[in-house]
Design a protein around this ligand. Structure first.
Ligand code: B12
Length: 424
């Protein structure tokens, strides 16, 4: 079959992100024997002309659209981003009769609500490399779609239990032409690479388990290092590990870094780390492999709040961790998520003082916590009457501890005034 993959994300918030997930599905679909093309709409002011040109040139049988963002996750001046994807789906419809299949992190979070909002024929929750080719096979033969893992149909819900492939080496990584905007040669672009999926940590507010599952699955370090070396050969120097937690498990992260370092590449990269997992040797191995910056999502400087978010570390571990990165010359962005259940003025002041005492280069403050389905936070919010039990959470809802709202904004502003490296 001829499959056109369309990345509907046009957002440049924080940094433009290449559609690596869509590229992975496209690579697996190509390997399964189909003809594929990928259109990345990131740089398009008006998406219709690009979509029209692609349809006329390629004439696809099926269109796969990735839906990454639903909203910007910010309680202050919230931006709802799904209308951008809605326009892309409408544009595809306007110029093609091909069936539209949705996927991506945003779709996986709220499959039924997104499917109905965007008006597509179907969607696949979770990883698409295995399920999408199975779906194509069924569509080609005109057979019944029930049983396909992770497939959602409008008004008929989930058709088959989701599958989580254990060994990610079974799936190809996307090469040049399936890497979205990188193919046009923007060599400054940060190239995303995912080495593992799934998170067992269960933070009270986090949506990762819904998107990727709880069980950790990985690619072998050699496969990852080879892929990075090929991109390096093509002229790219900046990379970002998009794994939720680069350092879990620590032994794997260390082996990965050693394997990358052996390639002796002139690269720099960033990643997201979970405080308290791994030691000095790991941080040293990261520096030697090119790590230039880590996102340290410790979220609070109050031990009581950390425990209430189900974090498996305390402030002492955060400090030790932060100092290890400082010692290795690795830059750090610290993240604070303020206003969750149980937050008080004291815990906020405690957090700010703690953050202030760490060797962080940048600090991102978020006030209010986006409520995602299947989380402990959603349960609390329902129990406290913050959201209705039947709220599908498509329109962003936030939890903020009652009575703190104005005070928290004011206090954050006051602390930020004298700290230009802090932002909201
Ligand atoms: C890394 C990351 C970032 C990095 C991106 C770096 C980069 N260069 O790409 C940074 C820090 C910059 C970032 C920024 C933002 N992010 Co972010 N990010 C992530 C994270 C952790 C991983 C995304 C990723 O690359 N995954 C790896 C790829 C391989 O997976 P994937 O894209 O999901 O694709 C798989 C499946 O979804 C599926 N699939 C994908 N497409 C398709 C298509 C079809 C047809 C099919 C069948 C299947 C399919 O198969 C793929 C392969 O298995 C996710 C959380 C998560 N676990 O998903 C949040 C996440 C995507 N981000 C989110 C948000 C909100 C943002 C920001 C808006 C935050 C902000 N205010 O700044 C910005 C937006 C950036 C932008 N320009 O779009 C939210 C989106 C949900 C929402 N509320 O909208 C997520 C889900 C986190 C969350 N809270 O739940 N992010």
């Amino acid at each position: 079959m001829k499959v056109l993959f369309v990345s509907a994300n046009i957002e440049q918030i924080t940094l433009p992100s290449l559609p690596v997930g869509l590229g992975c599905v496209a690579a697996a679909t190509e390997r399964a024997g189909h003809e594929v093309e990928l259109v990345d709409l990131m740089d398009e002011a008006d998406t219709l002309p690009t979509i029209t040109a692609a349809m006329e040139r390629f004439r696809p049988d099926i269109i796969g659209v990735s839906v990454r963002n639903i909203d910007d996750q910010s309680m202050e001046n919230t931006r709802f981003l799904l209308d951008e994807a809605k326009k892309v789906v409408a544009d595809c419809r306007a110029v093609s009769d091909a069936r539209i299949v949705l996927g991506g992190a945003g779709f996986s979070l709220l499959p039924e609500a997104v499917l109905s909002y965007l008006g597509a024929e179907m969607g696949i929750q979770g990883e698409g490399e295995k399920a999408f080719p199975i779906l194509l096979d069924h569509l080609e033969r005109g057979t019944d779609l029930s049983g396909i893992p992770g497939l959602y149909l409008p008004d008929r819900g989930l058709q088959g239990e989701r599958a989580f492939t254990k060994d990610l080496d079974e799936f190809p990584l996307p090469e040049g032409h399936l890497l979205g905007a990188a193919e046009v040669g923007n060599l400054d672009m940060m190239i995303p690479i995912q080495t593992r999926r799934g998170c067992p940590m269960d933070c009270s507010y986090c949506s990762t388990a819904t998107i990727e599952g709880r069980g950790l699955r990985r690619r072998s370090p050699e496969v990852v290092a080879d892929w990075i070396a090929r991109r390096h050969g093509a002229g790219f120097r900046r990379f970002m590990f998009v794994d939720n937690t680069f350092n879990i498990p620590a032994a794997y992260a260390q082996e990965l870094c050693r394997t990358i370092a052996k390639e002796k590449l002139d690269i720099s990269w960033g990643c997201i780390v979970y405080p308290g997992v791994g030691d000095r040797d790991l941080v040293k191995a990261m520096a030697e492999a090119g790590c230039a910056e880590v996102s340290l999502g410790f979220e609070s400087g109050s031990d009581r709040m950390l425990a209430s978010m189900n974090k498996r570390f305390d402030t002492k571990a955060v400090r030790e961790f932060s100092c290890m990165f400082k010692d290795q010359g690795i830059g750090q962005i610290g993240f604070q998520l303020l206003g969750g259940p149980g937050e008080t003025r004291e815990s906020v002041e405690e957090s700010f003082a703690f953050v202030d005492s760490l060797p962080l280069d940048v600090v991102k403050l978020s006030i209010g916590v986006r409520i995602y389905p299947n989380t402990a936070l959603a349960k609390t919010a329902i129990e406290q009457g913050v959201i209705a039990p039947d709220d599908d959470l498509l329109q962003p809802r936030f939890y903020i501890q009652k009575g703190l709202e104005e005070w928290l904004r004011e206090t954050a502003r006051r602390w930020m005034e004298a700290r230009p490296h802090w932002f909201m």
